[in-house]
Design a protein around this ligand. Structure first.
Ligand code: ZN
Length: 313
């Protein structure tokens, strides 16, 4: 089922910034049409000559379940993982990127804790949700960690300081408010929350979620709306180029972009931040991509290049 923190229960069509994405990449019917099957993951020429890391260079997916805790356990306080300091050189040297792997493989074991309501400024929402999975049982939370690890490797290779909001080092969460806080306290130059959708069969493709303008309580996105739009537009364009996947055919009017005002992870952010839904885990064709390590590497490459493009201006 759709993840409430990132996925609306019903498809919406809201054309947005289509021209910007279309300008950023050649979104023609050739190669990225909505009917494209797994062949969409074939390699494409990379104008601009960005380096492409081999899939084998990425760390393996962590499949071990998070350690269990009793229901009486208090909220874990694991520190977000930090990059090893001291040696950052490269075009992104001095930049901090926070990667937020959506959900947690252990969330389903901690329903009481993740159902706790947290203040997202404009309203209250669940601490976190379990996320979705493919029909064959590949959990979104495993997907998000895997892509996040690949993304971290690519960004560190460019000299960025990379922080993950969690790294399979806690039994559940973080809550959405803490996910936002980690990015804020890191003083991140960019934050990307990695997800995959859970929608109806036939709904295909990726979309990037941008923060809408909200004010309320601790939420004030007025300073991040525009830079986040820039960040998200660049990621969308380069995700198309690197994966060959088409923008969502069910959200965003084929622009690959959507705006949300109901996500705590965005509303509470004080630094540029977007979500990306990399595909629909419930669609068999998208699932074939999402479960492919080679495709996940391309997805990470597209996101990394989008972040890099944004940070370099
Ligand atoms: Zn999700």
């Amino acid at each position: 089922m759709p993840y409430d923190e990132s996925v609306p229960p019903t498809p919406r069509r809201r054309p947005l910034l289509a021209a910007a994405v279309l300008a950023a990449v050649s979104l023609t019917a050739a190669g990225c049409g909505a009917g494209e099957d797994g062949g969409g993951a074939q390699a494409r020429p990379v104008p601009g000559g960005g380096t492409t890391a081999a899939p084998s260079s990425a760390p393996p997916s962590k499949s071990a379940p998070a350690p269990e805790k009793t229901s009486a356990s208090t909220a874990p306080s694991a520190k977000p993982s930090k990059s090893t300091g001291g040696r950052a050189t490269g075009p992104l040297s001095g930049k901090t990127v926070v990667i937020d792997p959506g959900h947690n493989p252990g969330n389903h074991l901690h329903t009481r804790e993740i159902n706790r309501q947290v203040d997202i400024g404009t309203t209250h929402k669940e601490c976190d949700t379990t996320g979705t999975s493919t029909d064959s049982g590949y959990a979104e939370a495993r997907f998000t960690l895997d892509v996040s690890h690949r993304l971290r490797t690519l960004l560190r290779a460019q000299g960025a300081n990379v922080v993950l909001t969690y790294d399979n080092d806690r039994p559940y969460g973080p809550c959405v408010d803490e996910r936002a806080r980690i990015g804020n306290e890191a003083g991140a130059d960019a934050v990307v929350s990695v997800h995959a959708d859970g929608s109806a069969v036939g709904n295909r493709g990726f979309h990037v979620i941008l923060p809408g303008l909200v004010r309320g309580g601790a939420a004030d996105t007025s300073k991040i709306v525009e830079p986040s739009r820039d960040l998200g537009t660049r990621i969308a364009g380069l995700f198309v180029r690197d994966t060959g996947s088409a923008p969502s055919n069910y959200v965003g009017g084929n622009s690959g972009l959507d705006i949300r005002k109901d996500l705590g992870g965005l509303n509470l952010s004080t630094v540029p931040k977007v979500f990306i839904e990399c595909g629909n885990m419930r669609d068999p064709k998208d699932a074939a991509l999402l479960t492919s390590a080679g495709w996940r590497q391309k997805a990470a490459q597209g996101i990394a290049e989008g972040i890099s493009s944004y940070l370099k201006g």
